[in-house]
Write a protein that binds this ligand. Structure first.
Ligand SMILES: NC(=O)c1ccc[n+]([C@@H]2O[C@H](COP(=O)([O-])OP(=O)(O)OC[C@H]3O[C@@H](n4cnc5c(N)ncnc54)[C@H](OP(=O)(O)O)[C@@H]3O)[C@@H](O)[C@H]2O)c1
Length: 178
């Protein structure tokens, strides 16, 4: 079996996944519509593991309870304290390296369907040519500055739009395949 790397995230209209301080309040909409899961649970059900950058992991720890039932790999070049996450029942480990090596190491453990999460992390997998599927839920808000989902590339990456749907509140969810 070959690995597949997918992204599922909420993004402002101007391409940010968080404000500069990491806050995510703009993802909640303007209160005019009920915010559903937008296919998140179904997407997660198809994943074997979540691969997230250290910055995203640190934000997840602020949620209070551990939100994932699948194994989580935190990417970092340094030591990461996993104690709190494990106390909350997380299956979590730390890895580092090039995206291809990471995907191969996870495949060797039987983890093929990878949910790649965090701006820098997605960008590194994208530059390595490993992102197969992008599901972006775009909110109708400009936040001006923040943590970008995308970054510099050596060459264009052309994607195929396979679906696009709208949700109350003006959300547009688009799914792209490589
Ligand atoms: N809107 C959404 O749906 C959504 C989704 C996910 C995250 N977010 C937000 O995005 C923000 C975090 O994104 P971010 O761009 O700052 O960073 P990130 O990708 O979460 O984390 C970046 C860090 O991950 C480590 N890393 C990444 N790839 C690595 C690799 N191949 N090998 C070793 N280490 C690697 C490095 O940690 P070290 O410096 O420790 O080496 C790097 O500094 C948070 O605010 C989070 O809440 C939003």
């Amino acid at each position: 079996m070959t690995s597949t790397c997918s992204v599922f995230c909420g993004v402002s209209l101007d391409g940010f996944i968080a404000r500069p301080d990491g806050s995510l309040d703009f993802l909640e909409g303007d209160g005019s519509a009920e915010m559903g899961d937008h296919g998140y649970d179904a997407f997660m059900a198809g994943m074997d593991a979540i691969v997230m950058g250290r910055n995203t992991y640190e934000v997840v720890l602020t949620f209070g309870s551990w939100p994932f039932t699948k194994p989580v790999v935190v990417l970092s070049s340094r030591a990461v304290d996993l104690g709190v996450a494990r106390e909350r029942g997380a299956s979590v480990e730390v890895m580092h390296g090039e995206p291809q090596e990471l995907a191969a190491a996870l495949a060797a453990k039987g983890l093929f369907k990878l949910y790649i999460d965090g701006g820098q992390t997605v960008q590194r997998f994208q530059r390595a040519g490993l992102i197969d599927r992008l599901i972006l839920t775009q909110l109708p808000v400009l936040i001006g500055q923040g943590i970008p989902l995308f970054g510099p590339l050596e060459r264009d990456i052309r994607l195929k739009l396979v679906s696009s749907r709208t949700f109350p509140g003006g959300l547009v969810q688009s799914e792209y395949l490589r």
